[in-house]
Design a protein around this ligand. Sequence first.
Ligand code: FAD
Length: 435
Amino acid sequence: MDRKVYDVAVIGAGMGGLGVAALLANYGYRTLVVEKLPFVGGRASSFEYKGFTLPTGSLYVETGGVVEALFAEVGAAFPVRPFPMELCFRMGGKDYPMPPKGGLRNLLSTFAGEEEAARLMAAIRRAFAWNEPSLEISIHDWLLQYTQNENVLAIFRGLVNYQCVNFRDQPAGEFMRQLRLGTGATAGAAPEGFLALMNELVKVINAKGGEVRTGVRAKSIMVEDGQARGILVEMDGKVQEISAGAVISDAGPHATLELAGKQNFDKGYLKEVREKVRPLAYMEIDLASDAPLVEFPGVMVAPEGRRQMTMMATTLTYPEFAPPGKHLLQAWAAPDSSFLPMDAKREMDLFLQDLREAIPGFDSKAEVLHASYWQKDWPMYRALPGAISQKTPIENLYNVGDGVAPLVPLGLPACAHTAKIVASDIKQRLRPQES
Ligand SMILES: Cc1cc2nc3c(=O)[nH]c(=O)nc-3n(C[C@H](O)[C@H](O)[C@H](O)COP(=O)(O)OP(=O)(O)OC[C@H]3O[C@@H](n4cnc5c(N)ncnc54)[C@H](O)[C@@H]3O)c2cc1C
């Protein structure tokens, strides 16, 4: 068996894996990233389909935050163009644009009257300024304490979908935290697709003496005397041993247990992973058309359907994502629950019916280009923030990515935070070459 030696071995080239590898390569650690897929980026990548550029998951990334700061720190280009961060609610066949200031209160009073809107806004203000609501009830159940109004509940259902979580799955405290963290945030998309953006990190890793190998699966994590010693991979047609001072897994905490062997973890940790790392499911339908299906350039929330739904007329801002003369509308919806057994086909059918009702002339104007369902080991998020630590009970074995996010904004910022935390821990504990 061939043997190679690195300072750090990273399993998985998603935002978490590439982020931590770029930071460590930049600090001078000899870093290897292995990715089992033929492309990098994981759920933040893109592919070409019938002349359209489609995402493997994420379409937007926060700008001016931790992701952009990570790219800047390692000297990577950040080819992201801003997106109009405006919301519009499509309810009862009418559109209600929601201006950033005072928009929520106005929308609530339109549907529920001044008094109820004031009561809800006061509860939200308390949650922002004093104490977040409990994590023990869903935002749906929390709201029922303040309102029974179906339209008001629909508005919040739409706001939860903006966080890409189901209304009944999202704990009240987490909803409020994400609402607060998201207020005033800006975002953009990579006009050449997320694959091009993630390749900017690959360029840095290569330039700093590291390596990113796609099409290479980590078969196991080597553990001796309670310490991670490296990984076994199938590379260049043979099994190779990669010795490393630290192993970082971006494959998600459940996969990390399998790779390192459950017998190497203590029972408490196994229980935490089992009970707290619960993946969230989501769906996307990409629609092609000759003319825009929705004229609003920001986020169109359609919360009254069978499934909570958000639409974006993507090519109004990024015409590059469609071939000339064509348009792309992307719609996202949460299935009924992430934590109960689900029939993916039925969920998709209901989602499609909602789209048919939300878009006038759907059958004559829209073509379903692509439909995706995310769950289990390829989910929307691997866990809600704050589930478990990035460190595992095995010394020098870390997790990164959205399964181990701290209490920060969801998605890519969460992954970048985990990369920063792990890179700075390694920098303090292990020296390059010596590790
Ligand atoms: C539909 C959808 C829309 C989203 N929209 C947004 C958005 O607009 N903004 C936002 O910030 N976030 C969004 N997100 C969330 C965001 O995409 C994810 O949080 C983020 O991409 C997760 O990155 P990660 O590094 O944790 O994991 P992943 O991207 O899953 O990367 C892990 C990688 O590890 C690889 N791997 C696994 N096992 C092995 C192995 N044994 N050997 C080698 N490689 C392995 C996998 O192939 C994968 O490439 C969205 C997600 C989805 C699904």
